[in-house]
Design a protein around this ligand. Sequence first.
Ligand code: HEC
Ligand code: HEC
Ligand code: HEC
Ligand code: HEC
Ligand code: HEC
Length: 188
Amino acid sequence: MTGENKQQNSGLLGWALFVVGFAGALFVGWIVFPQLLYSTKYQPINYNHAIHQEEAGMSCEDCHFFREDGTYAGKPKLAACAECHSEPQGETEDEAKLVSEYVEPEKEIPWISYSRQPDNVFFSHAAHVKMAEMDCTDCHRDVEGQTKAPPVKINRLTGYPNEVMKMYVCEDCHAQENVSNACDVCHK
Ligand code: HEC
Ligand code: HEC
Ligand code: HEC
Ligand code: HEC
Ligand code: HEC
């Protein structure tokens, strides 16, 4: 082997080590660390948004509506499901589970939230949906046509879901729309 060749080889080895080290750092930073930081939870039963729109002809407001005092109902209670599911509507496993584990024993379904905020944050759907006329998908995942509720990633350090809207996102839009960003607008 000539000296020139040797040099070339150690140059290549250096590159190879660099690439392996770099790939390793990416692997830890992008794949391992997020998996350590978030735990994955699954909904107790699959709620299929698409089938209720298409086969049961329901609209969003049948389940997610404003109460008379202007507060938002959020997720529907079991009673809303029992209206139809005290009689079987189909033959799927998820529906059988709904009936035997929740409707018959009259037990509320412990849905996991994708967007729960810390208790010290005040959020009003009326201000955004009614007054500012925003779409649900400006802040939430698009459920329309969705047959499977995705798993929920929970941040192990804070205990909050990772889809929760971050403070700077709220504040950026408020600044743009000339809405006050005084702390006590959002923190009560
Ligand atoms: C029959 C009742 C029902 C109808 C009708 C319905 N939903 Fe839902 N929705 C649910 C249930 C149950 C959940 C909780 C499970 C889940 O997140 O998939 C949910 C969850 C959601 C969430 C996620 C909330 C979170 O945790 O962040 C959004 C957003 C949503 N629905 C929007 C809509 C929209 C938009 C429509 C109309 C296209 C609609 N829903 C129609 C029952 C309903
Ligand atoms: C207006 C009547 C109606 C209401 C109210 C209703 N459903 Fe349904 N549901 C249906 C129909 C119709 C089907 C389709 C049955 C089939 O073809 O399998 C269905 C299907 C289902 C299935 C099986 C779908 C699948 O993909 O496995 C589940 C689970 C379910 N509903 C849960 C719920 C829950 C939870 C609620 C309350 C938040 C609810 N439903 C409210 C009519 C209704
Ligand atoms: C400006 C952003 C924004 C818009 C627009 C918005 N939401 Fe929300 N939504 C939120 C936030 C933030 C929360 C969590 C509130 C909390 O934890 O106090 C939430 C919570 C919810 C929940 C309850 C989730 C739970 O944890 O029980 C449902 C259901 C929901 N929204 C549905 C909708 C629907 C349907 C629309 C459209 C009509 C809509 N949202 C529009 C930001 C928004
Ligand atoms: C994309 C724009 C946008 C985002 C994102 C947004 N907001 Fe707003 N918010 C508005 C607008 C516009 C108004 C004023 C509505 C009105 O009264 O006409 C408002 C009003 C409010 C109000 C009522 C203020 C009052 O004095 O009545 C509160 C509270 C609030 N937002 C909290 C939040 C929180 C908390 C978040 C994040 C989780 C958030 N907002 C995200 C646009 C936004
Ligand atoms: C437009 C709404 C909004 C305004 C204005 C706002 N915050 Fe927040 N803040 C939030 C939301 C939403 C969260 C939770 C999400 C997050 O941690 O990013 C939060 C979280 C926080 C947290 C972390 C709390 C925890 O439990 O982890 C602190 C501390 C905080 N805010 C302080 C402030 C201070 C101080 C101000 C005034 C200078 C302020 N915020 C103004 C919306 C707001």
